[in-house]
Design a protein around this ligand. Structure first.
Ligand SMILES: O=C(O)C1=C[C@@H](OP(=O)(O)O)[C@@H](O)[C@H](O)C1
Ligand SMILES: C=C(OP(=O)(O)O)C(=O)O
Length: 429
């Protein structure tokens, strides 16, 4: 396999409109499909994962239309979902798998979910065990831990859940199930995870109580169709924040990026490492805040990343590891064992990939220890089908001495279909 050769950049310059937020796009489509009335979504992420969510809705009888990044859904309420005639294919998307399990738990239909080779190895008992406690019938391999999984919901009872991991997918699934349960359902997490579901449920007319690490809904609330304007994805912007910091020359401007505080750990850490990132034109329309980010070159130094901040930057660890490999001194990332159950085992794949490019990286049980260098020689790196790795290796190539041949670059389509074309517009060689 030859891969896509990403050659070193001498400067970067320009404005980059990164696509819509993946988490918010999934939720807008799913809540729109659960609601009564029309939902209109603007700046919907037309990446593979969110398209899987739309395809699953179609199999449940929800009608929708998409033109580019605009989506219209004609919701008739979950009570009118149709029993799917075929398996629901979630593709590569953990968010689709877990959120649909929650939504389906509240409905008396039988449905079977499956997905690609990666998703068939990702843990689902974190969702299926608590859903069973509420009364859902679920069967699948290893006691319901892996898809393919079959669920028949309905007749649920509210439950006070305490989760072992801070996971917005688990929290969201249990809240969506709670909407169709008898009584009150609450979820308490060890640390606060992204709160897009809570914010969007409120926008769709559902009362949600949020108190610290605890969220609560009452069964029986109906969702009313809404207009949702999706901000640009800070997880996609992250690649350009690191590139703009380390490319040495030029500045990158990223308009309308979502700055929900449960997602901005990347800004806190990069700034702590010495990055020059400005947050401009901040505005907070109902729901989700957004701002223009401007990044200029800076000398980065190592830092420690652990504890409460981890859920606020969990998907940015691969690109932060690239930044750390080029920062002065040592960076230690801990409390991030969750990375082992993402699209790939991101502790292992990031460590192996970076070492292959000449970086000094040590794998820890729950993170990474990285000793930075002035420059990485470059070489060859595999995505293993993981979008965040593919894009991290492309950025590493731009910042390397000899370039990086990225095997499996096409995985970027999961969250950022035009990634290479956008890079081409701002990179000077
Ligand atoms: O709820 C979401 O949209 C997501 C939550 C996170 O996963 P976990 O819930 O497993 O932490 C994150 O890694 C994923 O990319 C998207
Ligand atoms: C972990 C991710 O997504 P998901 O869990 O939805 O597959 C991700 O996008 O990095």
């Amino acid at each position: 396999m030859s891969g896509v050769m990403v050659k070193p950049a001498s400067a970067v310059e320009g404005t980059v409109t990164v696509p819509g937020d993946k988490s918010i796009s999934h939720r807008a489509a799913l809540l729109g499909g659960m609601a009564e009335g029309e939902t209109r979504i603007t700046n919907f992420l037309a990446g593979d994962d969110c398209l899987s969510t739309l395809a699953c809705l179609a199999k449940l009888g929800v009608t929708w239309e998409r033109r580019g990044s605009e989506v219209w859904l004609q919701g008739k309420g979950t009570a009118n979902w149709r029993e799917p005639e075929d398996v629901l294919d979630v593709g590569n998307s953990g968010t689709t798998a877990r959120l649909f399990l929650g939504a389906l738990a509240a409905s008396p239909l039988a449905a079977t979910l499956t997905g690609d080779a990666s998703i068939r190895q990702r843990p689902m008992r974190r969702v299926t065990d608590p859903l069973k406690r509420m009364g859902a019938a679920i069967i699948g391999r290893r006691n319901g831990d892996f898809v393919p999984l079959t669920i028949r919901g309905g007749g649920l009872k509210g439950y006070a859940h305490r989760t072992e991991v801070a996971s917005a997918q688990v929290k969201s699934a249990l809240l969506l199930a709670g909407l169709g349960a008898d009584g009150v359902t609450s979820v308490e997490e060890p640390q606060v995870s992204r709160d897009h579901t809570e914010r969007m449920l409120r926008a769709f007319g559902v009362p949600v109580t949020m108190e610290g690490r605890m969220v609560q809904v009452r069964g029986g609330s109906r969702l009313r169709g809404q207009t949702v304007a999706v901000p640009a994805d800070i997880s996609s912007a992250a690649f350009f924040l690191v590139l703009g910091s380390l490319a040495g020359r030029g500045e990158i401007v990223l308009p309308e990026v979502g700055i929900n505080p449960t997602r901005t750990g990347i800004l806190d850490v990069l700034r702590r490492m010495g990055a020059d990132i400005e947050v401009l034109a901040k505005r907070e329309p109902a729901g989700e805040g957004r701002a223009t980010l401007r990044v200029r070159p800076a000398d980065l130094h190592g830092t420690e990343i652990a504890g409460e901040i981890i859920p606020r930057l969990i998907d940015e660890v691969p690109i932060l590891a690239v930044a750390a490999s080029l920062a002065e001194g040592e960076t230690v990332i801990r409390d991030a064992a969750e990375l082992r159950v993402k699209e790939t085992d991101r502790i292992q794949t990031v460590a192996d990939g970076l070492r292959g490019l000449g970086a000094d990286v040590e794998e820890l049980p729950d993170g990474l220890r990285i000793r930075g260098k002035k420059r990485l020689p470059g070489g060859r790196a595999k995505s293993y089908g993981d979008h965040r790795l593919a894009m991290s290796w492309a950025v590493a190539g731009l910042l390397s001495q000899e370039g990086v041949a990225v095997e499996g670059m096409e995985a970027a389509a999961v969250s950022f279909p035009d990634f290479l074309a956008v890079l081409d517009q701002i990179v000077k060689r």
